[in-house]
Design a binder for this molecule. Structure first.
Ligand SMILES: C[S@@+](CC[C@H](N)C(=O)[O-])C[C@H]1O[C@@H](n2cnc3c(N)ncnc32)[C@H](O)[C@@H]1O
Length: 275
C-alpha cells in the first residue's frame, strides 16, 4: 500500500474513534466542563516530569479531543494550540474547550505540517500517550517539533516504550511476539474497536489502521538531527491504558504482572531544548 492510503486509513479510523471518545467515561469531557480546575490524569502525571508551563506559549501535537490541551491551558500557559489530523477530533475539541471555558485553539493538520499550519513559534511543545506510533516518518516528526520551537524552547514527550511493544498475551502468558527491529515496516490492524468504553454504541466502520514502532535511538536521533539537545530521559512502569488482558491496575495506571513489571519499561519520557 502507498503511504497516502495508510495515512487516510488512519485519519478515517481516528475520526470514528473521536466520535466514540467524546461520549466515553474514559475521556469524561463533562467533568472538565463542570469543574474548571480539573486537570487530566495525563497532565497531572506529566507535571512531575515536563517542567513548568506557566506563562509559556504551548503547542500540543496530536491533541485528540483536547483534554490534555485544555489542561495545559489550565496550568497557566499564556496560549495553547492543539493540532490533530482528525477533523472530527478538532471540531469536538473546539466545542469542548468553549464549553469548558478554555481559550485553547485547535488546528486540523498533519503533524508533519505543524510549523506552517500553526503559523507561529512557541516556547513549549508537548505530545503524549499513543502519539508517535501513528507516524511513519520519525525524522520528519523531529523536524516538525524543531520547526515549532523558538530557540531555547522546550519539548516534552511521554509515549509507549518501544521495548514494551514486542509483548503479546497468548493463552494467558505474556511473551515476546513482535519484532523490536522491524526496520520501519507498518503493523496493520483491522478492528472495529477502540480503547475506550462506547456508551452510545457508535460503530467504527473505518476499521483499518497502521502503526510504527520507533526505537529509542530513532526518536533521539530524529530530535538531535533537527537541532534539539536532549536534556533528560525517564522510563516508567505504569501506563494509562490496559496494556494486555492480564495487566494489573493500581490507582489510575496499569502494570505488567510481576516479574515482567520489574523487567520491562512500558513508557518513556524525554525532555529536550531547541539550541
Ligand atoms: C491516542 S491519540 C493521542 C491522544 C492523547 N493521548 C489523548 O488520549 O487524548 C492519537 C492522536 O493522534 C492523531 N494523529 C495520528 N496521526 C496523525 C498525524 N499524522 N498528524 C496529526 N495527528 C495524527 C489522531 O487523530 C489521534 O487524535
Amino acid at each position: 500500500m502507498e503511504f497516502g492510503e495508510l495515512y487516510e486509513d488512519n485519519r478515517l479510523n481516528w475520526n470514528d474513534r473521536a466520535k466514540v471518545h467524546v461520549s466515553s467515561s474514559m475521556y469524561r469531557l463533562d467533568e472538565y466542563v463542570n469543574d474548571p480546575e480539573l486537570i487530566s490524569r495525563t497532565i497531572t502525571y506529566d507535571r512531575n516530569f515536563m517542567g513548568p508551563v506557566e506563562g509559556l506559549s504551548v503547542a500540543h501535537l496530536q491533541c485528540h479531543v483536547g483534554t490534555d490541551t485544555i489542561s495545559l491551558d489550565r496550568l497557566g500557559a499564556s496560549s495553547v494550540v492543539g493540532l490533530d489530523f482528525s477533523d472530527e477530533a478538532i471540531v469536538a475539541a473546539g466545542r469542548f474547550a468553549a464549553a469548558a471555558g478554555s481559550s485553547a485553539r485547535f488546528v486540523e493538520a498533519s503533524v508533519y505540517d505543524a510549523p506552517e499550519a500553526i503559523g507561529e513559534k512557541v516556547d513549549f511543545v508537548y505530545t503524549s500517550i499513543g502519539a508517535i506510533n501513528w507516524l511513519h516518518d520519525i525524522d520528519a516528526w523531529g523536524r516538525a517539533v524543531a520547526g515549532l520551537l523558538e530557540p531555547g524552547g522546550r519539548f516534552y514527550i511521554r509515549d509507549t516504550h518501544p521495548f514494551a511493544w514486542i509483548f503479546e498475551e497468548i493463552d494467558g502468558a505474556i511473551v515476546p511476539h513482535f519484532d523490536y527491529f522491524n526496520s520501519g515496516g507498518a503493523l496493520s490492524w483491522d478492528e472495529a474497536e477502540t480503547y475506550s468504553d462506547n456508551p452510545d454504541e457508535i460503530e467504527i466502520t473505518n476499521t483499518r489502521h497502521h502503526e510504527w514502532n520507533h526505537s529509542l535511538p530513532a526518536v533521539v536521533n530524529a530530535l538531535v538531527a533537527a537541532g534539539l539537545r536532549i536534556d533528560r530521559m525517564d522510563e516508567h512502569q505504569g501506563a494509562p491504558w490496559e496494556l494486555l488482558p492480564s495487566a494489573v491496575k493500581e490507582g489510575d495506571l496499569w502494570y505488567f504482572p510481576e516479574p515482567l513489571r520489574s523487567q520491562v519499561p512500558v513508557l518513556f519520557s524525554l525532555n529536550a531544548t531547541k539550541v
